[in-house]
Design a protein around this ligand. Sequence first.
Ligand code: IPD
Length: 262
Amino acid sequence: MQGSANLNLMIKAARKAGRALVKDFREVENLQASMKGPGDFVSRADLAAEKILHDELMGGRPTYGWHAEEGGTTPGEDPTRRWIVDPLDGTSNFLHGLPHWGISIALEHKREIVAAVVYDPAKDEMFVAEKGQGAWMNDQRIRVSGRRVLIECLFATGIPFGGERNLPEALQDLARLMPACAGVRRWGAAALDLAYVASGRFDGYWERGLHVWDMAAGLLLVREAGGFAEPIRADDDILVCGNLIAANSAVFPGFAKVIRTP
Ligand code: IPD
């Protein structure tokens, strides 16, 4: 794919942060058996990856705004464009030595996501999309799955943990959906869940209570791969509400009906 200068900058930044995270991940695997565990180490790895991304992206486009999981928000001289970044999506997986985590970078222009990178460094899978240009994984065009019947579909979701408030809704969603589909996975990295919908590995995905940096890049991947990504309540603003449903276009209506039924 012939990406724009912005997309190339995003890919370069993701690769650089990815190399640092892979090194740290090997260390995390060694720390599992220690008394203290790898918690503090992982927080430092997360911050270090965000710094690399910040230096690369803001170094390349100093007038853009910045909105990231660890470093908060800095408005840019150009109020119409901002980077939306999660340096380490799937932090719990990383912490436990599970090789399923990623870097998510989105470029927003006038409240719309126009370029997206979701990079899985452990598997060296680089998912990219630009508005109107399609979606790609490691230079191969990707598309959402072709399944049309709910009972044959494999879905992904996120189930709230700790003190999060959405647990009852998530359990009700599962109770309605599970008898109607082929299975539900909870893999622990929302950006990769969306990238997997875009590449047809999952037929759909939904989650409540997401942050914008978890989903901004992934939702463009799904749309550019021919799928739908919408807020769970149709009239919400998808980048604000944090409740997302995504699927291939054939199965979306039936899937959305199950998830949207109170
Ligand atoms: C989390 C992961 C997880 C999802 C949570 C997210 P983080 O992101 O994407 O799958 O269920 O809602 O917050 O904290 O690992 O960047």
